[in-house]
Design a binder for this molecule. Structure first.
Ligand SMILES: Nc1nc2c(ncn2[C@@H]2O[C@H](COP(=O)(O)OP(=O)(O)OP(=O)(O)O)[C@@H](O)[C@H]2O)c(=O)[nH]1
Ligand SMILES: [Mg+2]
Length: 359
């Protein structure tokens, strides 16, 4: 069975415990009462999340929500430090936002390949008895236990990073469009709700000058999505960070709807999800222009919306007509700079403050 696409998951992490310090005394041939030589325990491993463009969703965390790093080894004689516990490093897709489960506080926003965040630090190893020798106590019989590793619960949420987000009714031709302008190959079928998970595709600059832009295909949106009709509206989080929205509207009214009503309902649902989506720059792909009733409905659509011609592109995704002009316009509209994160990133909380109890 195909694994479900998971874009929100809660995980529990615990870093490794530090190893215990060792109590030991030197034993050498002509030195019957050698000094203390117990070494310190090794530190516990950290739990680390690393951004990677090799993973698509958070499914891995869904199946393994408990992340536990290895403990440090105990110290040994001859002042040997215990071995350090290995860090546990797990990859997460670009666009993953990490928050503390209890408070919702933002911990990290993974926007760059290789970006790392430590969710829990391993405990420090305890000191061995060699560290406790003083001029008055030359043979201490004390050592420290290792410190426990940090623990915590976190919420991971994927918000795909795509410059352009596709918005449209089911069956409008979003997946067909992305399959014609990029190398993405999502499923296409003549029934609604074919696309169940967001799907990014890279679109090349037709002029060959700019870096490719990412376009995200998402499930179809219907009237009432904010009340959970259809697939609901939560998947709209994947276009929250898009610079440009591309509405894909079926001009032929294949499912018996009217293009103007569709556009109106789409806008309403966007607004109910996140009002600022309505102030994003947008273009409209007036799709299925190869079908008979489209030309007439297209004219009416332009009149009723009053949109400037430069915003609306009459295309046939299926027949690949009008797509070059649309892609050029997208490149003109998407600013050149990198995608911003939607929130201030706190990639690494930095070293934990020394607590008073530490020796
Ligand atoms: N005639 C015609 N049919 C098209 C065109 N674009 C898409 N279709 C057809 O419309 C149907 C739906 O296409 P999809 O690309 O799966 O639509 P979608 O918007 O991704 O649909 P969901 O994933 O269900 O939201 C398929 O049968 C396509 O072949 C077009 O330009 N002209
Ligand atoms: Mg689709």
């Amino acid at each position: 069975m195909k694994k479900p696409f998971i874009d929100r998951v809660r995980i529990s992490v615990s870093a490794g415990k530090g190893g215990n310090g060792c109590i030991s005394f030197r034993r050498e041939k002509y030195e019957p009462r050698g000094g203390p030589d117990g070494g310190r325990g090794g530190s516990g491993g950290d739990v680390v999340i690393e951004a990677s463009d090799q993973v698509g969703g958070l499914t891995g965390f869904y199946y393994q929500p408990l992340l536990r790093a290895a403990s440090g080894g105990s110290g040994g004689g001859q002042k040997k430090t215990g071995r350090g516990g290995a860090d546990l490093v797990r990859p997460a897709p670009l666009g993953t936002v990490i928050r503390k489960a209890a408070t919702g506080e933002l911990v990290a926003d993974l926007v760059e390949e290789g970006q790392r965040v430590i969710l829990a630090r391993g405990g420090r190893g305890g000191k061995g008895n060699s560290s406790f020798a003083t001029s008055t106590n030359r043979a201490p019989r004390i050592s420290q236990p290792g410190e426990p590793g940090e623990e915590g619960d976190f919420e991971l949420e994927l918000k795909i990073l795509a410059e352009v987000g596709l918005v449209g009714y089911p069956n409008a031709g979003k997946s067909t469009l992305i399959s014609r302008i990029s190398r993405a190959r999502p499923r296409i079928a003549p029934y609604p709700f074919t696309t169940l998970a967001p799907y990014p595709g890279m679109v090349e600059d037709p002029e060959g000058v700019r870096e490719p832009i990412t376009v995200a295909d998402i499930p179809g949106l219907v009237e009432g999505a904010h009340r959970d009709v259809g697939l609901g509206h939560l998947f709209l989080r994947h276009i929250e960070r898009s610079r440009v929205l591309l509405f894909v509207i079926d001009m032929a009214g294949v499912d018996g709807r009217d293009p103007f009503d569709d556009y109106h309902h789409l806008q309403r649902e966007l607004k109910l999800h996140l009002p600022e989506l309505l102030s994003r720059p947008f273009l409209i792909a007036a799709n299925k222009m190869d079908l008979e009733p489209a030309a007439e409905k297209y004219r009416r659509f332009l009149t009723r919306t009053g949109l400037a011609p430069g915003r609306v592109f009459a295309v046939s995704a299926l027949k690949e007509e009008g797509l070059k002009e649309l892609v050029r316009a997208l490149f003109r509209l998407v600013p050149e700079q990198a995608l911003p994160s939607s929130e201030p990133a706190v990639p690494d909380p930095g070293p934990a403050p020394e607590s008073a109890g530490r020796v």
